[in-house]
Design a protein around this ligand. Sequence first.
Ligand code: GDP
Length: 201
Amino acid sequence: PLFQNAAFFISAHHLRDLPPASGIEVAFAGRSNAGKSSALNTLANHNRLAFVSKQPGRTQLINFFTLGNDRHLVDLPGYGYAKVPEAMRAHWQNVLARYLSERSSLGGLVLVMDSRHPLTPLDRQMLDWFCPSGKPVHVLLTKSDKLSRGEASLTLNRVRKELIETWGNHYNSECTIQLFSSLKKQGVEEAEKVIGKWLFV
Ligand code: GDP
């Protein structure tokens, strides 16, 4: 399993509190309530690792998990929650911008989007910060169980097209996308394959 031997490592509020950039890490980002914690827990299900589930409005942190062999999983704070104070919002925008554009050990970004509300302005902002690095992005369109098969397939194709045309081609960054459901355990192997390839090349 992908997250075998995973263990909580460290929480950080500032970039300076992160561990040194060594080895390879994969980061998960997403709008608050998009289903990021559920996706992490689903992917970690094999070894019953309890990822920290963040609640909107609570103090947010960057959570680092170690996978052994200098490989890490990074759970970034959810963004876009309306009730976050402006100073906090500005702080995290700054941290995310710098983390996504500058972190040398970051091997790839998993961007979690609610399949019913994909590519929000802040999702686009994350892609604008990250993709100039030329590193790969994998989009999880979560809660796909809430869409009919037809709707899901239309959404997948529409978002894939825009993702590749706007960020992939422009920055020569590999952009992939899939449907995902934590509820139905749909798309787990597909996600593991992509993330595993980034971590264990
Ligand atoms: P986060 O804020 O991005 O970490 O989102 P959570 O993982 O906490 O999920 C937010 C809400 O969406 C919760 O009420 C979850 O139960 C629900 N949710 C998450 N994933 C799924 C899914 O695959 N299907 C359905 N139907 N609901 C989901």
